[in-house]
Design a protein around this ligand. Structure first.
Ligand code: TIU
Length: 223
């Protein structure tokens, strides 16, 4: 499947491609969570919900593998580096009680994925302690077992967890297509530059395309 992308067309090899949705969690997208605690305007991320819903529906309809990630820590916080815990010098930090349970702790309401994009039964969910989805997770093993070579990547935030994951994936040999309007940042300029950084220098980390062209390619495949 040919997809018009930056810096040039992306050849989507559907059975060997997975849709990887990064950290569309309540803690990042809803008021009262980790994102807002860091001083951010969460409404900036909410514009990604509708495009992600449409892409997820099209990907599922085409029978593709969907993988979700969540950033968060063990309830005992044994996997939380002290450097991450104290960064920001805020009054509340990861592991402390917040409006949606303990901030970024697995099993708490705020840590879970927003209802609009909730994982379907059988879709792997990767719980990651870091920004990248490969660090200290079984994502690489799962991708290898499923024969996945390409990742279509969406989620939040563009310059933090999406970027870190794409960089990790690129170094592991995966061809990454980042879906621009399905990614979001609290900082519009970081989002724009983050996407440009992926596709610059002949696609130094991968490709970038809007959701409409990916959805259209999936519809052509179905026809
Ligand atoms: N703060 C911020 O931009 N992002 C994160 O802390 N995590 C993710 O990007 N998921």
């Amino acid at each position: 499947m040919r997809i018009e992308a930056e810096p040039y067309e992306y050849s989507l090899n559907f059975p060997a491609a997975a849709l990887l949705i990064i950290d569309m969690q309540r803690d990042f997208l809803e008021p009262g969570g980790f994102g807002e605690m860091l001083g951010n305007d969460v409404s900036r991320l909410r514009r990604t919900i509708e495009p992600n819903k449409a892409l997820l529906a099209a990907w599922r309809a085409a029978g593709g593998l969907v993988i979700h990630t969540r950033e968060g820590h063990r309830p005992d916080l044994a996997d939380l580096p002290r450097a991450k815990k104290i960064r920001g010098r805020g009054a509340t930090s990861i592991g402390d009680p917040g409006p949606m349970g303990r901030i970024l702790v697995r099993g708490e309401a705020g840590h879970d994925i927003i209802a609009e994009l909730y994982p379907a039964v059988g879709e792997p969910v990767i719980d990651k302690p870091g920004k990248g989805a490969f660090f200290a997770t079984d994502l690489h093993a799962i991708l290898r077992h499923r024969g996945i070579q390409q990742l279509v990547v969406t989620g939040v935030t563009t310059e933090v967890c999406v970027h870190t994951t794409v960089r990790e994936a690129n170094d592991r040999g995966f061809e990454c297509l980042v879906v621009g309007d399905c990614c979001g940042s609290y900082f519009p300029e970081f989002h724009d530059t983050g996407l440009r950084m992926i596709a610059a220098q002949g696609g130094i980390f991968g490709w970038v395309a809007p959701s409409a062209v990916v959805i259209e390619a999936l519809a052509r495949k179905a026809a």
